[in-house]
Design a binder for this molecule. Structure first.
Ligand SMILES: Nc1ncnc2c1ncn2[C@@H]1O[C@H](COP(=O)(O)OP(=O)(O)O)[C@@H](O)[C@H]1O
Ligand SMILES: [Mg+2]
Ligand SMILES: [Zn+2]
Ligand SMILES: [Zn+2]
Length: 643
């Protein structure tokens, strides 16, 4: 039939595979190199180019650069990734000595180290399928080595002059053997092919994880003697009797991830050290084998501290370039993490397809806020609450007496902020379990806070810790309560924006008259009347402008009205933060009673029912609620307002 989608996909895949299947001889390859010398780049340069190729941009005027390569998967770690790209990969790509160091990610569990490593591995696979990232190897080489290794040492200086390409490394034992015995020492005819890097095919991408040392052999890294072939060829030094299939061999040209590196035994670290520092692998009976790869290791904070605190490890430590990967500390970025994980849940576990469930507005924000409160450390500056600090970190322009200018100072107070606290994995597990337990179609902020609270027992390891965490849940809840009230009150106003604008215009007319000592026109009778002092004060009092300060405040507002209009704009509700807050509060105060009565009435009358239905509808249509969570929100706010 041929109409099955899967057949089409297989077909597509075959044709894309064909696209990469260039084959030729070494002399054909020289043409390729001549046209595009970058095909002969070493591993670090390839990684760097891959990241640069995806583009980057400066974030505001922060001096921080965001590299797009990571942007879909990693959130809130721009400064970390910038450090990795600019302080490690960039000089390593230029073959400075730093490339001889192992890149080691150090950070708390669930902070994204594995995700970052995977991103780089998958990225490299994809990059090798692009024109810019094309990569070639001697055909049949177990290490898919660079064909330029065929160029004899004596000619390399000339080669550099002619092609502008630096050649590093020598033929592997297998290719050396074949050159003599199969290819009759005719270098120009040696077969070359384009390769696609692939972890699954064990080409250019490897992973190593320490396991039980009794059962784990260094051969996993460096390859091993093929016993069967050995009986055939007789000599252990015959390359045909050796499998060059260790993780280090197959990762040649690309990258090897070394999971939980510091849990590994010395003998494994020794191999790693040699490959990183000297680009060689020692396989028994053979001379040193050249290998070109970036080693990307990771470890947790605890193991890092004990390893780096031990003088015996100095030689190894010298060979490591540490990049600290803390937890994200920005609220809106944390929300993105959960959004991402929820989006992926359908792929990972179909019993728990979070994409099929409604997640009420602010639910992820609340979960994120709690996570961040556990990570952020109390400032040493007096009068700055943890919550205020969180909001400053999140980019809020002004929080009390504090603003963005203070952020740098706050960050400098602790060098290990973000290295402790609750991990995204814990949070997402609690969100999932809220869903399972409720067996419902919708989960809201309160469900999640409850689930977080119930999960704390297994997470905290002392009563004191537990109590502290409960306190943070409380803080989060208080913040949410304010938000919930606002959300409902806003939905009660038929058109919030319009009401706010009307109130603003009214206020400005009066302030204008007040400042210029003139009268205002009454909108109904068209009579000239005194400015409406009561109206102005009822707004100003919302944000604590005192009777003595009112003139100054009003004049300030008039100045910014003038300055906005000089710049050709028009002064709106959002033009002045404080005034905006005052207008909002005023609108809500006026509404409070009606909201209170409507939402908490046990037996609403027809009028109230109609109102409730309208509000639910508005929450659903305009604000992302479903009918379940909209009704729950109203009930919840009703109890809040009646406390
Ligand atoms: N800053 C972050 N940005 C995006 N996702 C993150 C971030 N931190 C953690 N995660 C997510 O949390 C989960 C746990 O991260 P993981 O990479 O396994 O951490 P680690 O290897 O450091 O223990 C992953 O699904 C990861 O995508
Ligand atoms: Mg991990
Ligand atoms: Zn080879
Ligand atoms: Zn819902």
């Amino acid at each position: 039939m041929g109409s099955w989608d899967i057949l089409k996909q297989i077909d597509d895949q075959r044709s894309t595979t064909e696209k990469y299947s260039w084959e030729g001889t070494f002399s054909d390859y020289l043409d390729v190199v001549h046209k595009n010398p970058r095909v002969a780049d070493l591993a670090h340069a390839r990684l760097y180019d891959m990241i640069i190729a995806a583009g980057s941009e400066e974030i505001g005027d922060t001096g921080v650069r965001r590299y797009n390569f990571f942007a879909q998967e990693m959130f809130g770690l721009e400064h970390v990734l910038q450090h990795l790209v600019e302080e490690y990969l960039s000089p390593a790509a230029r073959r400075l000595d730093i490339r001889k160091r192992i890149l080691m990610l150090v950070g708390p569990v669930g902070g994204g180290k594995s995700t970052l490593a995977t991103l780089i591995k998958r990225g490299l696979e994809r990059y090798s399928r692009t024109d810019e990232g094309a990569i070639y190897a001697i055909r049949g080489c177990p290490m898919h080595e660079e064909p330029l290794h065929l160029v004899p040492e004596e000619l390399r200086a000339n080669f550099k002059k002619e092609f502008g390409v630096y050649i590093e490394g020598d033929l592997c034992p297998v290719c050396r053997y074949k050159l003599a015995h199969e290819w009759g020492n005719k270098i120009d005819a040696v077969p070359v092919k384009r390769i696609v890097l692939s972890e699954r095919q064990r080409v250019g991408v490897g992973t190593f994880k320490p396991a039980d040392p009794k059962s784990q052999d260094v051969a996993e890294l460096t390859g091993s003697v093929n016993i069967q072939a050995l009986t055939e060829y007789g000599l252990e030094s015959d390359p045909r009797a050796y499998n060059f299939d260790g993780e280090l061999n197959i990762a040649n040209r690309g990258v090897m991830e070394f999971i939980e590196m510091l849990k590994a035994e010395k003998r494994f670290l020794y191999e790693l050290n040699t490959v990183a520092g000297e680009q060689t692998i020692k396989a028994s009976r053979f001379a040193l084998i050249y290998a070109d790869l970036a080693v990307l290791a990771h470890t947790n904070e605890y193991e890092y501290n004990s390893y780096f605190g031990n003088k015996e490890n100095e030689a190894m430590i010298d060979r490591i370039f540490v990049v600290r990967v803390p937890y994200n500390l920005k609220l809106h970025e944390e929300v993105k993490i959960y959004d991402k994980l929820i989006g992926q849940s359908q792929l990972s576990d179909d019993r728990l397809d979070l994409t099929k469930v409604h997640i009420a507005p602010n639910t992820l924000r609340v979960a994120s806020m709690f996570a961040l409160l556990t990570r952020i450390k109390p400032s040493k500056k007096s009068g700055l609450s943890l919550m205020a600090k969180l909001k400053l970190y999140d980019g809020e322009r002004q929080v009390g007496d504090w603003d963005q200018k203070h952020v740098k100072e706050l960050q400098d107070e602790y060098s290990d902020e973000g290295m402790h606290g609750i991990s995204p994995r814990f949070v997402i597990n609690r969100i999932s379990s809220a869903l399972v337990r409720n067996g419902r179609s919708c989960v809201n902020a309160i469900d999640v806070l409850r689930s977080l609270r119930d999960g704390l027992q297994e997470y905290t390891n002392s009563d004191e810790d537990h109590k502290k965490m409960l306190g943070l849940i409380d803080e989060t809840r208080k913040d949410y309560d304010e938000l919930a009230k606002k959300e409902v009150q806003r939905a009660f106003v038929y058109s919030y924006e319009e009401s706010a604008k009307t109130l603003l215009d009214n206020y400005l007319d009066n302030v204008d008259a007040f400042c210029n000592r003139v009268k205002v026109k009454d909108p109904i009778t068209a009579e000239d009347v005194e400015p409406d002092e009561r109206l102005m004060r009822s707004i100003e009092e919302q944000i604590g402008v005192s009777e003595n300060a009112k003139r100054e405040f009003r004049e300030g507002i008039m100045r910014s009205v003038a300055s906005v209009s000089r710049r050709g704009g028009s002064f709106g509700v959002g033009s002045d933060e404080r005034l905006k807050e005052a207008l909002e509060k005023k609108l809500f105060t006026d509404l409070k009673d009606i909201v209170k009565i409507t939402t908490s009435s046990k037996t609403p009358d027809a009028e109230q029912l109609k109102r409730i239905n309208e509000v639910v509808e508005r929450l659903v249509d305009k604000h992302g609620y479903c009918t379940v969570c909209a009704n729950e929100l109203l009930k919840y706010v009703g109890t809040l307002l009646n406390r």
